[in-house]
Design a protein around this ligand. Structure first.
Ligand SMILES: C[S@@+](CC[C@H](N)C(=O)[O-])C[C@H]1O[C@@H](n2cnc3c(N)ncnc32)[C@H](O)[C@@H]1O
Length: 198
């Protein structure tokens, strides 16, 4: 059962998630459980995705828009990227934006083929078994194998059960202090498991 936005904010911060101007406000949406990575963490995760995806790799960012944005800033000719997001403000990214609601995990456009991404990075909006289970369906549909999940430490057991991922040593940071311990999980040999912080 979904139990709401568990990642409580300790500080108020209206920093913009969108680094490109939109007609809408770019403030985090509390109802959408939007908590953004620090620049350093977004960069670290983007570099990890590129390394894991390999040459000309395909990377899916599922509910992780700041990793997608960071990837856009890097060497884009070397890989392809898509952003799967519920917040339509990110539709400014055109063809690379795929509207996505975890409640309908396989309701994806035809152009999104099964197992067509070298790595899927996902950050579910809620710390609930239901949300992770549904998003896991999407992740398993999209990936050719590699998974990088970012979620609360409390989800460790569920994540291992649903996706076969294990917790990394790397500790992701956010622009706001979260009330829950937050971690990354992978199902492959990753640099994120060889370091303690960014
Ligand atoms: C905790 S944030 C993760 C963002 C990540 N930390 C980042 O910096 O890119 C959760 C994300 O899930 C998205 N989201 C909210 N409701 C959703 C839904 N029903 N289906 C899919 N994604 C949703 C939010 O818009 C937000 O981007």
């Amino acid at each position: 059962k979904k139990i709401g936005n568990q990642r409580e904010e300790k500080e108020q911060d209206d920093s913009l998630p969108l680094r490109e101007k939109t007609s809408n406000s770019g403030s985090p949406h509390k109802q959408l459980s939007q908590f953004w990575y620090s620049q350093e963490t977004a960069l670290r995760l983007a570099k990890e995705a590129i390394a894991a995806a390999g040459e000309c790799g395909r990377i899916a960012c599922v509910s992780a828009p700041s990793v997608y944005q960071k990837l856009r800033e890097l060497h884009r000719e070397d890989f392809s990227i898509y952003i799967f997001e519920y917040d339509k403000r990110f539709a400014i990214y055109g063809e690379e934006f795929i509207f996505y609601d975890y409640n309908n995990p396989l309701d994806l456009p035809e152009k999104v083929a099964a197992h067509s991404f070298d790595i899927v990075i996902a950050d579910p909006p809620y710390l609930s078994e239901e949300c992770l289970r549904k998003m896991s369906e999407t992740i398993k549909y999209l990936t050719r194998g590699k998974i990088l999940l970012c979620t609360g430490a409390v989800m460790e057991e569920e994540a291992a059960k649903l996706l076969g991922v294990k917790m990394c040593k790397f500790i992701p940071k956010h622009t706001r202090t979260l009330g829950n311990e937050f971690r990354c999980y992978v199902n492959y040999d990753s640099g994120l498991d060889r370091e303690i912080s960014v």
